[in-house]
Design a protein around this ligand. Structure first.
Ligand code: ADP
Ligand code: MG
Length: 617
């Protein structure tokens, strides 16, 4: 048999390589934008025609190239970014080195104009399918302009596979946004078919987000910041009330590169799970800093996937940081996007020495002495005391909102407030009148604050209170023995599930055992549950549980608590006593996430004086 092996000509080899680097206009855009950033540009323009099919041009004011570099940069493995093998690890974080321009030149007609900052004259190179057609001195601005014309002109298969212009353009926009979000100090513009689509001035991360997505993002996001040995997290996440129905604006950057990481995204979404409605998704713009040597390098470099050696730790830290940020910021706190991303707190006056809050317990407090509403069991169930003491730290941040009723409840005295000065409730020592609230339509509790008016949805608020109480694993929920045990019967499938759920139910105050195959006898329930609806409640728990098995991030314990909280909460339509209303407000402000119900609805609203004024105009 004769020899059959040929060495491929460079032009063919480059075309093959091109397929890996450039598969659609957006990937050429990515390479050109990144080169412009690498060149130290402070101003980058992207100009497109026909979604990049006809023209992709990137103009920068970066360092520019010498005459010979302008030719060399189109050679394969031509790069100024690796000199020694030590630099090679950069390949793993930055994509293939020295491949991009060679690849693009193999599948398009390219015109490069470039001038070094200290040269009088620039140089213009035209190249087509890897062949240099022309090089001549030219007049051009400092920096580089690279125009890619008729992409895939010599690869009809690829060209035919391109999607509609709108689709290709949206891919390009996504790349543009990712690059713009990682380089906030650089100004960017983007034009398509003569129309300007983006005009982004240099600024900080928050300003960049707003200039891309609109200034109303100011109200939608709050900052997140966490520092630890394995990862540093900073950025912005959406407030619970601004989540979206699709997973749109979710950006994770690791060491200034955009990445996709389903597990880390799940960590963030998990933190939201009890404060947003089902099937809705938070937006986030998060920057992670990780030691590059703790990133697994065995991953395709042009792709956006990354593997972390400390994935578990990063997952836990990210989830906790998100939860913390969610709890820390309330609807009342608006983010100041022009200021650095710190907590928007009022600083303490000079010389102010903070004191630890103290808890004063009323030893005469008798949970059974409270006036009960005949139509339903008392909701306080004696839990409020422990809520206050275990949540002391959290509570202190809210005490200025509302001091609990002083006649029969434990009282938290906070040192002179500096954190939430704006929310000070009207309070005069010893006077209950100041905490007085009233009920509107057996549905809302209306309270008075120094800064305005407080409106609380009684049912939603109480669901939140119960939910957090139930979730708090450190405390077992008080249980009441039933005078007469109750038998509940289920379908065989439901009975199986219930058996499985029994340990969780037990820790929430249910005492039950299996009687027959499908029958259970319940001997105790959490305090506050109505005996006559026991069967119904258990069925609700089962149905919520079955529903949640289909959801990716659902936590079965959280779901159980959600269902129970719904059962225990006072309902719209229940008339409330003064003390009960005050208790609800006090308990609500001790919650981690007071402003959102477990099913993601708003629990309360504060109408500030200014807003009231507006309304009265
Ligand atoms: P890489 O960026 O991985 O080095 P490229 O093929 O993208 O590989 O670019 C090759 C080289 O061309 C770069 O290393 C850089 O020296 C030069 N270069 C490309 N684009 C620009 C630019 N916009 N400004 C200055 N130099 C550039
Ligand atoms: Mg490059």
């Amino acid at each position: 048999m004769s020899d059959i092996i040929n060495i491929l000509p460079d032009s063919v080899a480059n075309q093959i390589a091109a397929g890996e680097v450039v598969d659609r206009p957006a990937s050429a855009v990515k390479e050109l934008l990144e080169n412009a950033v690498d060149a130290g540009a402070s101003q980058i323009q992207l100009i497109l025609k026909d979604a990049g099919r006809t023209l992709i041009q990137v103009i920068d004011n970066g360092c520019g190239m010498s005459d010979s570099d302008a030719r060399l940069c189109f050679e394969r493995h031509a790069t100024s970014k690796i000199r020694k093998s030590d630099d090679l690890f950069a390949i793993h974080t930055m994509g293939f080195r020295g491949e991009a321009l060679a690849s693009i030149a193999a599948i398009a007609q390219v015109e490069l104009k470039t001038r070094l900052h200290d040269s009088e004259l620039g140089t213009c190179v035209t190249i087509e399918g890897c062949e240099i057609k022309d090089q001549a001195p030219c007049n051009c601005s400092k920096g580089t302009s690279l125009a890619v014309k008729n992409l895939f002109y010599n690869v009809p298969a690829r060209r035919n596979f391109l999607k509609k212009d709108t689709v290709e353009l949206s891919h390009i926009e996504e790349i543009f946004r990712r690059v713009a979000l990682t380089n906030c100090q650089t100004a960017f513009t983007m034009h398509h078919n003569g129309k300007m689509l983006y005009d982004l001035k240099a600024g900080n991360f928050a300003q960049r987000i707003c200039s891309i997505y609109g200034t109303n993002y100011k109200e939608r996001l709050f900052p997140i910041q966490e520092s630890s040995d394995v990862v540093e997290i900073s950025g912005y996440i959406s407030k619970a009330e601004y989540v979206r129905k699709t997973r749109g604006e979710q950006y994770l950057f690791v060491n200034d590169r955009f990445i996709k990481h389903p597990a880390l995204s799940a960590a963030i979404e998990k933190a939201y799970i009890d404060v947003i409605p089902e099937r809705s998704y938070p937006s986030y713009y998060l920057k992670l800093k990780v030691d590059p040597s703790r990133i697994d390098v065995n991953i395709h470099p042009t792709k956006t996937e990354v593997k972390f050696i400390d994935e578990h730790a990063i997952f836990a830290i990210l989830r906790a940081a998100t939860k913390k940020a969610l709890g820390q910021f309330t609807i009342a706190n608006e983010l100041n996007f022009d200021a650095p991303a710190d907590l928007p707190l009022t600083p303490a006056p000079d010389g102010y020495i903070p004191q630890a809050p103290t808890v004063r317990i009323n030893t005469n407090y008798n949970p059974f002495a409270s006036t009960k509403n005949e139509s339903r069991p008392s909701y306080s169930g004696g839990h409020s005391e422990s809520t206050f003491t275990t949540r002391n730290e959290d509570a202190s941040k809210w005490t200025d909102f509302f001091a609990p009723a002083k006649t029969e409840l434990p009282i938290i005295e906070s040192p002179q407030a500096t954190q939430s000065v704006a929310f000070n409730m009207d309070q005069t020592e010893g006077s209950d009148i100041d905490n007085a609230c009233f009920q509107l339509m057996n549905r809302w509790i209306v309270g008075k604050m120094k800064t305005g008016l407080l409106l609380v949805d009684q049912q939603r608020a109480h669901e939140r209170i119960w939910y957090e109480r139930l979730l708090n694993r450190n405390r077992t929920v008080a249980s009441q023995q039933l005078l007469f045990p109750i038998n509940c019967t289920f379908t065989p499938a439901d009975a199986d599930i219930l058996t499985e759920l029994m340990p969780e139910l037990a820790s929430r105050g249910f005492e039950m055992s299996q009687l027959g195959k499908n029958t259970f006898v319940v001997t105790a329930t959490p305090t506050g549950i109505r005996e006559e609806s026991l069967q119904e409640i258990l069925e609700q728990i089962l149905s919520d549980y079955k529903g949640s098995m289909l959801q990716k991030f659902a936590d079965r314990d959280q779901n159980l608590c959600k269902t129970l909280a719904k059962q225990m909460a006072v309902k719209t339509g229940n008339a409330l006593q003064q003390a009960e209303m005050q208790q609800i407000i006090a308990d609500l402000f001790c919650c981690h996430t007071p402003e959102i119900s477990p099913s993601g609805k708003r629990t309360m609203m504060i109408l500030k004086e200014k807003e009231l004024e507006e309304m009265m105009r």
